[in-house]
Design a protein around this ligand. Structure first.
Ligand code: 2P0
Length: 325
């Protein structure tokens, strides 16, 4: 009863920012992302008869505390689904995503864990079923089941049975690139879970955010289908700015940006003014991801590397969905 799976992280172009049900991880809005080939997690899961509890390593270190409870709680759900309540697992995960620096390591992490664990325990799931169960590990992971562009449909049922991701276009549909500008590898002050909760509960701007999403989603899907880079980038950048604006309207207010984040944003806008189409997006951390086209790769990379405070620039192409090794 052993399986190994690999999953890639994804970058949301239309952000998921808030839950309507925390334990089930049901979102307040639908979101859309691009899976990236640059950051992946490979996870092996082996269920064994003689274990008294789960044992989990990430990058060869045994984890405990809240991180362990999150993984073990997710495995409980898989045990329950398979009717194997007393079967514990050995889990080994290798993560090549800078953890908790806004690179959504939980997306590739829970997608790989869900795929490996469900297979190891003998469940045979469709992609849709796998995406739905993955959602309960981490929201953004639900989209990483698929390669290329994927949409997480928020659904409306209280039990979450209609909240899962669907593929929009494969990784071969459109070769757009993403440069991740690494500004700091330190852990962020407000986790995305806490940040989302505070925003939903207190932000003066939250209703405005929610009200703008249906149009953003419809428009960006059209743009992706038409391979219209200007339109895709404009919508993604504006959607990111709206999401981050909600954090400034929260009580107490907070932001994930640092001065270096703003410097990268301004550099991207300056590149655009000089005729190089590039757009930014930012998740729940200080780092910035820049969307660009392959023909501008050299210029974009050099310009980003020259920004004071840019520790690294990692380039990604569209990535594939989960695979078994
Ligand atoms: C996203 N983020 O759509 C958004 C944009 C951050 C900003 O999904 O609580 O780690 O595990 O469901 O998925 C980060 O939140 O949160 C996230 P949980 P997750 O990618």
């Amino acid at each position: 009863m052993k399986a190994t799976a690999k999953a890639h992280t994804n970058i949301a172009l239309i952000k998921y920012w808030g839950k309507r049900n925390e334990p089930l991880i049901l979102p307040t809005n639908s979101s859309l992302s691009l899976t990236l080939d640059g950051f992946s997690t490979t996870t092996s899961v082996e269920f064994r008869e003689n274990l008294a509890n789960d044992h989990v390593t990430i990058n060869d270190e045994t984890i405990s505390g809240e991180s362990y409870r999150r993984v073990s709680g997710f495995l409980d759900l898989i045990r329950q689904t398979a009717g194997e309540k007393h079967l514990y697992a050995d889990v080994h995960s290798i993560n090549d995503v800078p953890t908790a620096a806004g690179f959504a390591s939980s997306a590739s992490g829970f997608a790989a864990l869900a795929a490996a664990a469900t297979k190891a325990i003998g469940l045979q799931l469709s992609d849709q079923e796998l995406s739905r169960i993955t959602r309960q590990g981490s929201g953004s992971a639900t989209r990483s089941i698929y390669g290329g562009f994927a949409q997480w449909q928020m659904g409306g049922r209280p039990d979450g049975s209609d909240s899962y991701a669907v593929p929009i276009a494969s990784q071969d549909h459109w070769d757009i690139r993403v440069a991740a500008v690494v500004l700091s590898d330190t852990r962020k002050n407000v986790s995305s879970r806490d940040g989302m909760r505070r925003t939903v509960e207190t932000s003066a701007f939250y209703d405005g955010w929610l009200g703008s999403l249906a149009d953003d989603l419809e428009q960006i899907k059209e743009a992706i289908m038409d391979r219209d880079f200007e339109k895709t980038g404009k919508i993604a950048e504006a959607n990111c700015l709206k999401m981050h604006a909600t954090t400034l309207g929260a009580n107490p207010p907070f932001t994930y940006w640092t001065d270096k984040t703003v410097a990268v944003m301004q550099t991207v806008q300056a590149m655009r003014a000089e005729g190089i189409p590039a757009f930014f997006t930012i998740d729940a951390g200080p780092n910035v991801k820049v969307l660009y086209l392959p023909e501008n790769e050299k210029t974009v990379e050099k310009t980003l590397r020259d920004i004071p405070g840019a520790e690294d620039v990692i380039l990604s192409k569209p990535g594939r969905g989960v695979s078994f090794l």
